[in-house]
Design a protein. Sequence first.
Length: 331
Amino acid sequence: MKPFGYLRPTSVAEAVRAGAGHPGARFLGGGTNLVDLMKLGVESPGLLVDVSRLPLDRMTRTDDGGLRIGATVRNSDLAAHPDVRSGYPALSQALLAGASGQLRNTATTGGNLLQRTRCPYFQDVSKPCNKRVPGSGCPAREGAHRDLAVLGHSQDCVATNPSDMAVALAALDATVQLHGPEGERTVPVTDFHRLPGDNPDQDTVIRPGELITEVVLPPPPDGSVSLYRKARDRASYAFALASVAAVLSVRDGRVDRVSLAFGGLAHRPWRARVAEDLLRGVPTTGDAFARAVDAELDAARPLRDNAFKVGLARRMAVGALVELTSRAVPA
Ligand SMILES: Cc1cc2nc3c(=O)[nH]c(=O)nc-3n(C[C@H](O)[C@H](O)[C@H](O)COP(=O)(O)OP(=O)(O)OC[C@H]3O[C@@H](n4cnc5c(N)ncnc54)[C@H](O)[C@@H]3O)c2cc1C
Ligand code: SF4
């Protein structure tokens, strides 16, 4: 590991000043991803700005009944919070489906959103990788890509976003609050992560020196139920091959409100807008769900070894909607 500076600011303003003042600076949340990447030589920041002691570790209700989650709230605390378990079960389930108890006790909300892809070439500095070294190539496209993207990928990168939490936040219409050298701004989680295009080195729309200060959840829609399901190679401690977060409310036997997001399929949590548009107002039958999900997954462009993900995601999404229908409170 290369030598680096270390700062532990006590205010957001001080953290942003430090981050913006050093081009090679990185914010340090729980360190469970960043420090691993430093050990591998993938990241070599000149300065670590440790944000874990900033006053961003609280969760509070918003005036309209939503939830404000500080960026340094630990994944375990977020998953266990009574307001999350009762109002946003998909989020609690997504967090608990990720990593291990020890990691979740350390990992933070901000760090989870910004964790890097687990593409094996990205993590191996002896191999080319456009995300790590722009212009060096993408060996995954012809190489080991069983775990990688089927939707929204490009010639230059076929990586997936690894976060379970972000998929639930995308389905729940959460927003990210950012504080940077030019002030504050709010970005919907669905617009926060990028598709790779021809510059896959940019995972998100975050600007240099910007700090995530909080994530805000709107109030859960009246009468809605939600869930998160994840398929992986092992029962625990593995990233998603495919995952789905769904929020549903039913009125008179028809879909009233629905949101659906996939994980493990793309460079970002994939909000299934095509399926959602087709689902609104349809009878809550397996056939209607399957037609809508098929229309969404029509956009899939699997690679040589990962076509299985499309069928897997389809079965998971239809199963999730059927299960939620059986639990929905009839309105
Ligand atoms: C063995 C293993 C298995 C795992 N399995 C899963 C899994 O199944 N599902 C899953 O979702 N995750 C999994 N993870 C990933 C884990 O959830 C992430 O490492 C963790 O959430 C990152 O949070 P952190 O606070 O430790 O981030 P850090 O490592 O501190 O930071 C990650 C990135 O975020 C930046 N950052 C941190 N906080 C902020 C902030 N407030 N503002 C701006 N930038 C910030 C850092 O600069 C860095 O670039 C696994 C990790 C390991 C090691
Ligand atoms: S898929 Fe993306 S992260 Fe993986 S080798 Fe290709 S460019 Fe790098």
